[in-house]
Design a binder for this molecule. Structure first.
Ligand SMILES: NC(=O)c1ccc[n+]([C@@H]2O[C@H](COP(=O)([O-])OP(=O)(O)OC[C@H]3O[C@@H](n4cnc5c(N)ncnc54)[C@H](OP(=O)(O)O)[C@@H]3O)[C@@H](O)[C@H]2O)c1
Length: 353
């Protein structure tokens, strides 16, 4: 095994070099650590829909490393990292896979750069495979539920409780003392309740689901976080939210929600986890701009999430769907994920034990 402090010049990584074109590159330069960032030796990675969606539109040119969700060991700390890490510490965090103009920003390599503010210590009772499933979910749940709800809500709809993101969002909402309502397939009712949902509703009943949620909350639902944002999700959320007054209810989507939200009296929008980097994103419009406030929020929220993980109050075990092959398995995993066959968790690849 390579000594943690012995850093090679090149590494194996899964890279994108054009639309839909990914390949394994054993000559990828190991990223150079920079201010505010950690260099980690990657132990496990997890896949996200964003990986294959962004690959589909990735422009021809310089190859960029893919991947967002990662867990590993600290190798080097850059200056001004906002947490007190030492080489060898176990960490999990968020990478900006395929960040335009930053070819080494992704997670799917033997080494990765983590922004200190978007990282957390991994406690002993959490495996590397579990730790690799937390970053994207915690980051989106933080922005979507806490930054944008702007104030406590007595009940919340986590639409898509069996999405990987929803499985984390509903745990956090429950820990905040909310009454948590969620939607998923009936086969996942038990799972989402074990994670913290008070009630689960079948979204396949597109006309009955929303009114049933509204009835269950006595027409009092003020906030919906849509972790799906396709199919009937907007319609169901719109039907579920309270009709008690214009501008009272809010809806936040995980994808661009366009102008199609069916109710004009509901405040609606979407949020992208990429804005948490505070450095500008690949997205058009305001979400593409550098956003210091989102970074500042994320830095505080990640510390809170790390403490909850340390206290064993965030459970990641059920999110892990292990797949073989290390980085070599990632391309096949992305096809599996794209096919819609992954339910209630993330595909996780172990690089080293
Ligand atoms: N904006 C952001 O920062 C951000 C962050 C993370 C994810 N996302 C986006 O959010 C979406 C979800 O990502 P993910 O990784 O969490 O999902 P995922 O785990 O891949 O989602 C799979 C699950 O979605 C559920 N599902 C599918 N269609 C549904 C519908 N119409 N209504 C309710 N549930 C439905 C299924 O639940 P059942 O098996 O119970 O049917 C399935 O288990 C993706 O589009 C992703 O790109 C955005």
């Amino acid at each position: 095994m390579t000594d943690a402090l012995e850093i090679p010049e090149t590494m194996l990584a899964v890279r994108a070099r054009g639309p839909g074109q990914l390949y394994l590159d054993p000559t990828t330069p190991v990223p150079a650590v920079r201010s505010g960032y950690l260099l980690i030796r990657v132990m496990s990675v997890a896949l996200n829909p964003s990986d294959y969606k962004r690959l589909a539109v990735f422009g021809e040119g310089t190859p960029h490393t893919m991947g967002c969700d990662v867990a590993g060991r600290v190798v080097l700390c850059g200056e001004d990292v906002n947490q007190d890490y030492r080489p060898g510490d176990r960490v999990a965090g968020l990478c900006y896979g395929m960040k335009p103009g930053d070819p080494s920003s992704g997670a799917f390599g033997q080494y990765a750069l983590l922004k200190g503010a978007l990282s957390m210590r991994v406690p002993e009772h959490v495996s590397d495979a579990e730790a690799a499933t937390i970053a994207v979910g915690v980051n989106f749940a933080g922005q979507g539920t806490y930054l944008l709800a702007r104030g406590p809500v007595p009940s919340v709809l986590i639409y898509g409780g069996a999405t990987a993101t929803g499985m984390i969002a509903l745990q956090l909402a429950r820990l905040s003392g909310c009454r948590v309502l969620t939607t998923c397939s009936p086969r996942n009712f038990q799972l989402v309740k074990a994670l913290g949902a008070h009630e689960a509703f079948d979204y396949h009943d597109a006309t009955g689901c929303g009114p049933a949620i509204r009835a269950a909350t006595g027409d009092g639902l003020l906030y919906a976080l849509d972790c799906v944002t396709v199919g009937d999700s907007q319609r169901i959320c719109a039907d579920a939210l309270t009709a008690r007054g214009s501008g009272v209810a809010k809806y936040t989507a995980s994808l661009p929600d366009g102008d199609s939200f069916p109710r004009l009296d509901v405040q609606h929008g979407w949020t992208s986890g990429y804005s948490a980097f505070g450095e500008g994103t690949h997205l058009a419009g305001p979400l593409g701009e550098a956003n210091a406030a989102d970074l500042e929020f994320a830095a505080r929220f990640w510390k809170l999430a790390a403490e909850l993980l340390r206290q064993d109050r965030i459970r990641l075990g059920s999110l892990v769907h292990l797949r073989d092959g290390g980085l070599q398995g990632v391309p096949e995993g992305l096809s599996e994920l794209r096919s819609g066959r992954v339910s209630a968790g993330k595909l996780v690849y172990v690089l080293q034990k």
